[in-house]
Design a protein around this ligand. Structure first.
Ligand SMILES: *Cc1c(COP(=O)(O)O)cnc(C)c1O
Length: 411
């Protein structure tokens, strides 16, 4: 988003304030150009003969976004059978979808297998049961490398107490199960968490995966997961993808060469691809001065954007309606009947009732975590492509809220 002549615009000079007038608030807006920029940055960063980027669609799973990802050349990383189904509907080939669930039923994994997608198994008993039933269906195994990494405990998933993956100490058991059932292990995977800054974490994990890879001669790919951090604050702290890419690529190529193997290097970024592409636009309902604080109360809350409350996430906020003049300090809050604070002590150009504010980094884990709490409608979504805006999801209506409710006639 750019500020020129007092207007905030997206690529193709699309005016955000105008979008809020056209579609109403609250509104999610995504800039396709930024998704493309991020995807290309990743592709450029890794210099290996075979690279595959599978977009982790739980970050933002609107079908039009998935189709756009497909047009860029990405595959898909999914965590539920429903995400698999949406991916197939979006036109991804089963081969280009990997199913990486955790603690789902064997039935769900079988359903995914019946759709022909790649299966990533993160539990020994499931591996055994699956292998017993479908020895000919190649699988990937998710390894827990016991690395503590990530921005906070909710998103750090690769440490020793984590529920994710099969401990790398249990690799002999994986080998035994695979052998007993004549299974083919086609991939080895790890995903240590989100918001990892340090290339060393990936390199450490890589060494573990290389060691494991030696035991599986039928391997086709190594999947290093994700966790790339994007900047949320103006200080710009983020994963240095080109540095990481150089280091990993070098090590990956040496490994493949020393073993005379041709493996594909896979990643499955969610946040990295879509976080910065999204903006969330809300309207100011009230500016409320108390003895200590000036609150800006907006027409949204934790029902639409829960990251600040759930993860203590920082989302930058600006006033689209007023881009110059006096600045004041505000605490931005939602309209939900509990404390739902979006941001404390934020400096913005003077806010008045009716002003439209924009949240940054609203592409990843924002709409997908939205709910109907307080019987509010979920917002509309708009995708901006080549200077044009497209509605990609309608705002909900009362009909949507009542759709599955059964009104008893016995009272
Ligand atoms: C959530 C998830 C990702 C994506 O993580 P980001 O931090 O959004 O890049 C990748 N792989 C798996 C298995 C996940 O569960």
């Amino acid at each position: 988003m750019k500020l020129t002549n007092g207007r905030y615009t997206l690529s193709g000079d699309v005016d955000l304030l105008q979008l809020s007038e056209k579609y109403g608030c609250p509104l999610y807006v995504y800039d396709a150009e930024i998704i493309k920029r991020q995807y290309e940055k990743m592709i450029k960063a890794f210099d290996v003969p075979n690279l595959k980027i599978n977009y982790a669609c739980k970050a933002l799973n609107n079908i039009s976004i998935l189709k756009y990802m497909k047009s860029l050349g990405a595959g898909l990383d999914t965590v539920s059978i429903q995400e698999v189904q949406i991916g197939l509907r979006a036109g991804f080939a089963p081969d280009d979808i990997i199913f990486t669930p955790n603690c789902v039923s064997l039935e769900e994994i079988i359903a995914a297998k019946n759709l022909g997608v790649r299966i990533n198994i993160d539990n020994l008993s499931i591996l055994e049961e699956f292998g017993h039933m479908f020895p000919d269906y190649p699988v990937c195994v998710r390894i827990n490398p016991h690395i503590l990494a990530g921005g906070n405990t909710k998103i750090s998933v690769g440490h020793i107490d984590s529920k994710f993956g099969i401990s790398f100490h249990q690799v002999p058991l994986i080998m035994r199960i695979a052998k007993a059932n004549k299974m083919r292990i086609e991939g080895v995977h790890m995903h240590t968490g989100s918001d990892i800054l340090d290339a060393e974490v990936f390199l450490q994990g890589a060494e573990i995966l290389f060691d494991i890879a030696d035991h599986f001669p039928e391997l086709k790919y190594l999947d290093f997961g994700s966790g790339f951090k994007v900047p949320y604050k103006d200080d710009g702290i983020q994963t240095d993808i080109s540095d990481l890419g150089k280091k990993i690529s070098k090590r990956f190529k040496t490994y493949c060469k020393s073993r005379d193997r041709e493996l594909t290097l896979m990643f499955e970024p969610g946040k990295y691809l879509v976080s910065e592409a999204g903006y969330f636009l809300v309207k100011t309902n009230v500016v409320k001065q108390t003895t200590s604080t000036v609150f800006v109360g907006v027409d949204s809350g934790l029902n639409h954007l829960i990251r600040p409350m759930f993860y203590d996430a920082y989302h930058k906020i600006v006033n689209l309606s007023k881009t110059s003049g006096k600045e004041r300090i505000y605490t931005v809050v939602g309209y939900i009947c509990e404390t739902d604070t979006f941001g404390v002590n934020r400096k913005m150009h003077e806010v008045h009732d009716g002003d439209v504010l924009a949240f940054y980094n609203a592409g990843a884990y924002c709409y997908t975590m939205a709910s109907n709490y307080n019987s509010r409608y979920r917002p509309a979504e708009v995708l901006v492509v080549d200077g044009k805006d497209y509605l990609i999801r309608q705002r909900e209506t009362m009909e949507d809220l009542m759709k599955n409710q059964i009104e008893l006639e016995i009272f």
